[in-house]
Design a binder for this molecule. Structure first.
Ligand SMILES: C[S@@+](CC[C@H](N)C(=O)[O-])C[C@H]1O[C@@H](n2cnc3c(N)ncnc32)[C@H](O)[C@@H]1O
Length: 319
């Protein structure tokens, strides 16, 4: 049955709770939820790796761990004692990721600009780094006054076999901008012809960050844009492939995988974010008696002191 039809039927008959949660004692405290080719785990990725995912079984991994920059998440702050200690923690799950990848699988790894060199040096001895990508975005706010503000995040694109990996160029073509007003002609060709108007993206990707007012916004401090995952998934996987996200956060990877008809596994340690995933993937709309609701998107404007500016509707009427 078409997944969308199945979803509509589930929504109509209201069956989106209870039976999707497998409370299996053998899962060692890990909770597992599934729906139509998507599996969501509530637990530490290292525990899930060792008990739940077979080696060589995954086609694509998107790993977006905490960055070691002191950002506040639901129940922790992502700061390790030193960069080296953080790198050691990363090495453990990176080794597992490499083991889980199929022989022709690919992996995209993100972290902060300051920590990426540790991971790059480690990975280049264990897997082929095919591209070093810069995800660039802009910000309307002041980033820094005494230095250049940070407006990019690095992404490593790695392949287990540099001579054999999925890369669907036709699915990710972008407009080729030459800056010229008229079409440029390539006179080097035997028969001169206009340059192609599309091209494979380079390794600097301008994609806006997820902002509060965007429909895809979820209440997560480090949510990645769907457009970023869409390019990665289209390029490096095929329909029905299995995609793994060991740090699922708001489960963006799984949501985009679902839309693009891939299968997915998402692992997340914080229950608040697992709830986002369960709702976003339409696995269930209730967990442990709690209704899973989308974020409250009532936008409250504030002045420079943080005080709420009344919206026109709640300003006192003069007459
Ligand atoms: C950078 S965020 C991922 C954001 C995600 N890519 C998205 O688009 O929403 C990292 C996530 O990893 C989770 N996390 C941290 N340590 C973990 C671990 N050991 N196992 C599983 N998840 C973990 C955090 O709670 C956080 O939600």
């Amino acid at each position: 049955m078409d997944q969308r039809v199945a979803r509509v039927i589930r929504a109509v008959i209201g069956q989106r709770h209870a039976n999707s949660d497998e409370r299996n004692p053998q899962l060692n405290g890990i909770r597992k939820f599934s729906r139509d080719g998507h599996t969501l785990y509530h637990g530490d990725c290292n525990d899930v790796f060792s008990s739940e995912i077979a080696d060589g079984s995954v086609d694509l991994i998107f790993a977006d761990p905490p960055y070691n920059i002191g950002k506040r998440f639901a129940n922790f702050t992502d700061k390790w004692t030193t960069d080296a200690v953080y790198a050691d923690w990363c090495k453990t799950w990176l080794d597992s990721c490499i083991a889980k990848l199929s022989p022709i699988g690919s992996m995209y790894v993100m972290t902060s600009t300051q920590c990426m060199p540790y991971l790059d040096l480690y990975l280049r001895d264990r897997i082929s780094i095919v591209s070093r990508i810069v995800w660039h975005y802009d910000s309307s706010g002041v980033q820094a006054k005494q230095k250049y503000g940070s407006l990019y995040e690095p992404i490593l694109f790695c392949a287990k076999d540099p001579n054999n990996y999925t890369f669907n160029t036709e699915d990710i073509l972008v407009e080729a901008r030459t800056g010229a007003k008229r079409k440029l002609v390539d006179y080097r060709k035997p028969v001169p012809a206009a340059y192609s108007t599309t091209k494979v993206p380079g390794n600097v990707w301008f994609i806006p960050r997820v902002r509060f007012r965007m429909p895809e916004y979820e209440d997560h401090p480090s949510q990645k844009p769907e457009a970023l995952l869409e390019r990665i998934i289209l390029a490096s996987s095929n329909p029905n492939d299995l995609i793994l996200d060991p740090f699922a956060g708001a489960f963006t990877t799984c949501a985009v995988a679902d839309r693009l008809k891939r299968r997915s596994i998402g692992i997340e340690r914080e229950l608040d974010y697992v709830k986002i995933g369960l709702r976003r993937l339409e696995v269930c709309d209730e967990l442990d008696g709690e209704r899973l609701r989308p974020p409250d998107k009532v936008y409250k404007r504030r002045n420079a002191n943080g005080a709420r500016i009344p919206e026109p509707a709640d300003q006192p009427r003069l007459f």
